[in-house]
Write a protein that binds this ligand. Structure first.
Ligand code: FEO
Length: 167
């Protein structure tokens, strides 16, 4: 059985993951309207992955006898000035999510909730991977600078991202 405090914190994280999906879907639309199909696809995969994260938390709360209470999802930004600005925002967002996951883990440890700590370890590892993946795209964009042919090649590359899976 989860404590009320843990249920509340997990519910907040479900909302944060759903907001992440919304945030990346907005970026998907931005790239779509700017004819960068590969970036657009990458963002759509990213949005789908966030929904899987939300549902993994959702199922866990139910499995442990808690109730998921859905809250409103905040409106995401819709306008950026360049692909680099978008990816910088993605990295900053993932870093923020990492701190949210760390806070959740701290709560689980404080409460001696070993089941939640074990469950949350997956998210801790996932955040390392997320920051690494996004950081690689940020670095490539920095190398590319204003070289449009480099941007074209990266767009092709990002278009190959496979649909996400969550174990
Ligand atoms: Fe669900 Fe990108 O963290």
């Amino acid at each position: 059985m989860l404590s009320d405090k843990m249920v509340k914190a997990l519910n907040e994280q479900i909302n944060a993951e759903m907001y992440s999906a919304y945030f990346y879907l907005s970026m998907n639309s931005y790239f779509e309207s700017n004819s960068l199909a590969g970036f657009s696809h990458w963002m759509r995969m990213q949005a789908q992955e966030e929904m899987l994260h939300a549902m993994k938390l959702y199922d866990y709360v139910n499995e442990r006898g808690g109730q998921v209470v859905l809250d409103a999802i905040a409106k995401p930004p819709a306008q950026w000035n360049s692909p680099g600005e978008v990816l910088d925002d993605v990295l900053a967002h993932e870093q923020k999510v990492t701190s949210l996951i760390n806070n959740l883990m701290n709560l689980a440890l404080d409460e001696r909730d070993h089941a939640s700590a074990g469950f949350l370890q997956w998210f801790v590892s996932e955040q390392v991977e997320e920051e690494d993946n996004v950081g690689a795209v940020v670095d490539k964009l920095k190398l590319i600078g204003s070289d449009t042919s480099g941007l074209f090649v990266l767009d092709q590359d990002l278009g190959k991202r496979l649909p996400p899976t969550v174990q």
